[in-house]
Design a protein around this ligand. Sequence first.
Ligand SMILES: Nc1nc(=O)c2c([nH]1)NC[C@@H]1CN(c3ccc(C(=O)N[C@@H](CCC(=O)O)C(=O)O)cc3)CN21
Ligand SMILES: O=c1ccn([C@H]2C[C@H](O)[C@@H](COP(=O)(O)O)O2)c(=O)[nH]1
Length: 276
Amino acid sequence: MIMEQATTSFHPEQQYLDLLRILLERGVRREDRTGTGTLSIFGHQMRFDLSAGFPLLTTKRIYFKGCAHELLWFLSGDTNTRYLRENGVTIWDEWADENGNLGPVYGKQWRAWEAKDGRTIDQVAELVQALKQNPTSRRLLFTGWNVGELNRMALPPCHMTYQYYVADGRLSGILYQRSADAFLGLGWNLCEAALLIHMLAQQVGLEPGELVWMGGDVHLYLNHIDQARIQLEREPRDLPTLRLLRKPASIDEYRYEDFELVGYQPHPSIAAPVAV
Ligand SMILES: Nc1nc(=O)c2c([nH]1)NC[C@@H]1CN(c3ccc(C(=O)N[C@@H](CCC(=O)O)C(=O)O)cc3)CN21
Ligand SMILES: O=c1ccn([C@H]2C[C@H](O)[C@@H](COP(=O)(O)O)O2)c(=O)[nH]1
């Protein structure tokens, strides 16, 4: 009974709004690599029950199509911005070289990590196999943090480690993010981590469980403060739901057209400059 009362008044997005408020009120003012300056905290967690709705922010519009294409791009193993640009996604352009290359970033490490003995390791395919064969394993994870190749990456991975957990027929996932741009990047990271849980769960015959997000250096850039205050004046709306319209034969065969976002009626987007 008490639980029921507690859950009816709780909107999952409140966790994100609380985080913005904490950054504004208690964030430590720090210089950063980009020269912009931030308000920052160290160590934070949020949890989203994916059966309660898809955790796409509603207090500003997030470009779901862009998120979906970025995730499909990671999963394809690609590290050149051409595919993104062909699909209207420009978020990586500032970091690419004149040919669109980003170095051995996410896609390379997820799908073709080079081992010292000459093997290339497909961490995502191995994860799907392990989820099917050994769902109680405590080693269900993949990471982009390839220490030996960091110096050749346009940016070292921010959303760096993904771990999975199966219980009661549900697949949950933790995303560990070492560095989070709370106003611009984080909404995208939550969306993509949730979408990946939906896809993996479908592939291995489970229901989506919880997304647990864990951040290291979580920051609000100083030139996002006014935008964060505008967002904090808004009331979260009902979360959308995500439908997968077909079951592709493998994790490699999803297309944007397989995703249907139902009932997304967010507040308008809020423009903000990205710190490079
Ligand atoms: N400072 C910084 N923040 C990030 O979030 C970030 C980086 N750098 N570097 C690498 C990638 C690129 N990412 C980005 C970059 C820009 C937006 C952005 O400008 N988003 C806007 C509009 C996007 C659009 O519609 O094209 C938004 O309102 O979400 C989002 C994620 C995430 N990452
Ligand atoms: O998916 C992403 C990618 C990047 N970010 C943010 C986090 C930081 O603000 C910058 C990266 O700068 P570092 O100096 O390498 O930490 O990009 C994000 O939030 N999400």
